[in-house]
Design a protein around this ligand. Structure first.
Ligand SMILES: Cc1cc2nc3c(=O)[nH]c(=O)nc-3n(C[C@H](O)[C@H](O)[C@H](O)COP(=O)(O)OP(=O)(O)OC[C@H]3O[C@@H](n4cnc5c(N)ncnc54)[C@H](O)[C@@H]3O)c2cc1C
Length: 659
């Protein structure tokens, strides 16, 4: 099998810019490179536009592919200078041709026309495959289009139809562009025109829609025609460009394996509220090339993912919520923005380089009530879509009050709710593994395999309860950590394991008395650690957990840590049930739902036979030993550990393949 230093999956804009940066840094001759790209890259399929100030390196380094530049923008109030900013255009063919000619000039670069259909990680290499061919590479730059799973509401699309037109007489000024002209019918969405003149008689005129339904071609053609005919222009269409860009904050694919690095749209480089990506991809290419130059190799275990929680993400979130549910509000918002602010300042804001003071004054001049509506409505949507983020804290709060102030039957009632939810989400979320992988394994065979692994775990417990328990704790820590960190957007092998260990410590250490009672029933030696040591370990875990939550600027992380610390006052079964059912199972349920685009009802129906089986098993165990809740809890532990192992394996596979 051929082995390469670097594998490029796709050679579109992002990987093309990276290849050019490696050439600029004089690194290409030192690397054995494999490029896998299914497209011939002959067509001018995209026109890339972006703004940059005169100092920006993109201007000089991509000089030979820049086809046009604008310095003035036409607004409702007349012409406005872009000041130190310039707006540029790059034809995709110019970029592709440059990239191809660089690749062809190196013998150590192999360009294969084919789509990657398999990617396997091994300890010594990443294995890529396309049809019957396979290759080994050390590092992968993956720009395959991401599969988007929008967790709340519909996916907003930026869809557009652009015409390159030629006029019969002079009309445009080549240096003056129109960015967002809303003087066209809105059709219930946010719709506007761009006009980018490339000569006095030539321009790219593009109609764009922001909304969850794509712009129909016929409608766009009518609007474009009317737009050009209304000032009395006669024109020929030279070229048409169409496209759809998902406007989402959930496009980024982060592989747990540090050797697989996403680029371009897959790395979340398309700004959710504008669809612009070119300049960010150029900057990302520089960052990645420096890493290659310094031979910086991250370990998958130690890699710390970056937080995406910042104020610009929050602004994007509010605007996207408006575009999802009230797309006809866009015109008023964008018109107010460009009427009250200079375009150069708006560009700075979109580059996420504005100051908080400027942003506050900018928002004050926008329709504030619409943004307050977005804040309230998106909060409610979040609460409904992500119960695993708030339900554990709320339940713990009520349970803590109930334990102290309310009659005992209320506490039992809360435990009964947890058991009910266990059968509603906990068991079914595991039972769906079969359907999740049914395309590869037929269901009966799959169930047999699943049961066989379960039986092995039970035999393991029977042979040596200590090893059974330790193994269960280790794989549970891994799985709980992996699910939470995937949910919070920080996939990392080391961090998953660390977080999982911490959360188990926060559940088990404060309940050491109850843990010891269960251990005794199971014939395992008690854990008799001094109280001061246990308290210190709890305090240290809590401090570290809160510190990590703050470090990664993750509210759900901090909420989870606070919840876990509050469950210390509740019985062990309740504390574990709260975490397992309300946080872990609900998150896992949602991950399956999003990955497979299933509905809740579909999922319950698919899982029904397994859920009934689990209920029957539960009742049988309960019936044979109903006088001993304690012994029952140890059976439950063994049962849980048995169903967990195959489930963990299949969920991990799902995260790797589909997230
Ligand atoms: C029509 C259009 C116009 C745009 N205009 C602008 C703009 O003006 N300004 C701006 O900033 N942004 C713009 N964008 C957004 C963004 O810059 C582009 O989407 C950009 O192409 C993203 O770069 P990329 O490398 O992630 O994707 P691409 O350029 O699409 O490259 C991905 C490559 O992966 C290949 N591929 C797909 N599947 C496989 C597979 N299985 N194996 C191997 N290779 C595969 C594809 O053939 C493709 O060549 C535009 C997007 C579109 C769709």
């Amino acid at each position: 099998m051929n082995r390469y230093d670097i594998g490029f999956l796709g050679m579109g804009a992002a990987n093309g810019l990276l290849l050019l940066e490696l050439e600029r840094k004089n690194l290409l001759h030192t690397l054995k490179i494999l490029i896998l790209e299914p497209d011939a890259k002959l067509k001018n399929d995209k026109t890339y536009c972006f703004w940059a100030d005169s100092e920006h390196k993109i201007r000089t380094e991509l000089r030979d592919v820049l086809s046009h530049q604008w310095d003035t923008i036409a607004t409702a109030d007349g012409l406005e200078s872009l000041e130190d900013q310039h707006y540029y255009m790059v034809e995709s063919t110019a970029l592709y041709n440059k990239v191809k000619s660089v690749a062809q000039s190196y013998e150590n670069i192999v360009w294969i026309r084919g789509a990657v259909d398999g990617l396997k990680t091994r300890t010594d290499a990443v294995e890529l495959s396309s049809g019957d061919y396979t290759w080994e590479v050390e590092q992968v730059f993956d720009s395959r289009p991401p599969r988007i799973k929008e967790p709340m509401g519909p996916l907003v699309l930026q869809s557009f139809v652009g015409w390159r037109v030629e006029l019969q007489e002079d009309y445009w000024t080549p240096n003056e562009m129109t960015l967002m002209d809303f003087n066209i019918p809105q059709n219930g969405f946010t719709q506007f025109m761009y006009v980018l003149p490339t000569g006095t008689k030539e321009a790219l005129v593009e109609m764009t829609r922001f909304g969850s339904e794509p712009l129909p071609h016929e409608l766009a053609s009518n609007h474009l025609r009317n737009y050009l005919l209304s000032p009395g222009l006669s024109f020929d269409i030279v070229h048409e460009e169409r496209g759809t860009i998902p406007m989402t904050q959930y496009a980024e694919v982060k592989d747990q394996d540090a050797r697989i690095i996403s680029t371009g749209a897959r790395a979340g480089k398309i700004k959710a509220t504008t669809g612009y990506a070119f300049k960010s991809m150029f900057e990302h290419a520089k960052e990645l090339a420096s890493g290659i130059a310094q031979e910086r190799k991250e370990s998958s275990w130690l890699r710390l993912p970056k937080s995406e929680m910042d104020r610009f993400n929050f602004y994007d979130h509010l605007l996207l919520h408006i575009l999802k549910h009230k797309p006809h509000w866009g015109k008023e918002i964008f018109e107010a923005l460009f009427a009250t602010q200079k375009a150069s300042k708006v560009f700075q804001f979109l580059d996420e380089k504005s100051s908080v003071k400027w942003e506050l004054s900018m928002f004050a001049r926008l329709p504030v009530l619409k943004f307050l509506w977005a804040l309230a409505a998106s909060f409610i949507a979040f609460v409904v879509a992500k119960p695993s983020r708030w339900a554990p804290l709320l339940f713990t709060f009520f349970a803590s009050i109930a334990v102290v102030l309310l009659p005992t039957y209320i506490t039992y009632g809360l435990q009964a709710i947890l058991v009910f939810l266990l059968f509603l989400y906990g068991i079914p979320h595991g039972a769906l593994d079969g359907y999740s992988h049914a395309n590869k394994d037929r269901l009966p065979k799959f169930i047999l395999r699943y049961c066989f692994i379960m039986l092995l775990v039970v035999l393991f417990w029977a042979a040596s309860p200590v090893i059974g328990l330790v193994a269960f704790l280790v794989y549970s820590a891994w799985h709980f950590g992996e699910t939470d960190l995937r949910e919070w957007g920080f996939p990392s092998i080391g961090l998953s394991f660390l977080w999982g260990t911490m959360l188990l410590a926060m559940i088990l250490l404060p309940h050491l008395g109850e843990v010891n009672t269960v251990l005794e029933v199971m014939g395992i030696t008690r854990v008799d650690w001094p109280a001061e040591f246990v308290n210190m370990a709890i305090r240290m875990t809590l401090t570290l957990g809160l510190f990590m939550g703050l470090w990664f600027r993750s509210i759900p992380w901090i909420v989870a840590m606070v919840t876990l610390s509050l469950t210390a006052t509740l019985p062990l079964a309740t504390a574990f049930g709260i975490y397992f059912v309300l946080q872990h199972s609900l998150s896992g349920w949602n991950h399956l739902k999003l990955s497979h685009k299933w509905t809740n009802l579909e999922m319950w129906m698919k899982a029904l036979p397994f859920t009934i089986g689990a209920v029957v098993l539960f009742l049988l165990v309960f019936r044979f030993d109903k006088n001993s809740m304690l012994a029952w809890s140890s059976y439950f532990l063994v049962f849980l550990s048995a169903i967990s192992l195959p489930h963990i394996y299949f969920m991990s596979k799902l995260y790797k393949d589909r997230f």
